[in-house]
Write a protein that binds this ligand. Structure first.
Ligand code: TMP
Length: 215
């Protein structure tokens, strides 16, 4: 079976982790080997880098440090998990990937697109997602859900950003989706969980039909 690399994107609290787990279960029931993973993270080293990226400390993190750590984690994740899994025919479902860097570091922080493009050329010049599901919702909805989810843990370094930041992230994602419309499926994530899940299944269905048989 041909391996696939499918990414799920969206702002805070849009329901990504719930939906990605449901999509994984649905694909597994259809006989697909699914590897569920996330960024930053996904392998032991990349998860260590994730902790550094998310923790709130007194030492400010320069934009360039954040950007490079994201790609450092990505390099390890690609080499040690994503590429081997796709090569053996698995479908890798990844909670965030490089589009998140364009949206958060590019849109949110104002890092020039050319700088991100340059790191893409170093870290994954050949690899692009086969399909990207963008869960889109007004930021007020996502921020409210994220607050409930955090409970007593408190927000991480990204979640403690202001509403304006998340609005720029949202616009960054929508801009990416418009630029690469063949790869993106934009799903309205403000509706019922069941409707969102059905829209995601509809986006994945054509890939299931066209997959080559395993023997
Ligand atoms: P999450 O996986 O719980 O959403 O947390 C990851 C955080 O990292 C989230 O706030 C988005 C952020 N992020 C970036 O800023 N750039 C990236 O490239 C990726 C993958 C995530």
């Amino acid at each position: 079976m041909q391996g696939r690399f499918i990414t799920f994107e969206g702002g805070e609290g849009v329901g990504k982790s719930t939906q990605i787990r449901r999509a994984a279960a649905w694909l597994e029931a259809a006989g697909v080997e699914v590897v569920l993973t996330r960024e930053p993270g996904g392998t032991p080293r990349a998860e260590q880098l994730r902790r550094i990226l998310l923790e709130r400390t007194d030492e400010p993190m320069p934009q360039s440090c954040e950007l490079l750590l994201m790609f450092a984690a990505r390099a390890s994740h690609l080499a040690n998990l994503i590429e081997p899994a796709v090569a053996r025919g698995a479908w890798v479902l990844c909670d965030r990937f490089t589009d998140a860097t364009y949206a958060y570091q590019g849109g949110g922080r104002g890092v020039p697109t050319a700088a991100i493009d340059a790191l893409v050329r170093i870290v994954h010049p050949q690899r692009q997602p086969d399909l990207t599901v963008l869960l889109d919702a007004p930021i007020a909805i996502g921020m409210a859900r994220a607050r409930v989810r955090n409970g007593t843990d408190g927000p991480d370094r990204f979640e403690s950003e202001r509403a304006e930041f998340f609005e720029r992230v949202r616009q960054g994602y929508l801009q990416r989706a418009a630029q690469e419309s063949a790869r993106f499926r934009v799903v309205d994530a403000s509706g019922e969980l069941e409707h969102v899940a059905a829209a995601i299944r509809a986006a994945l269905q054509p890939m299931l039909v066209t997959r080559s048989p395993s023997r």
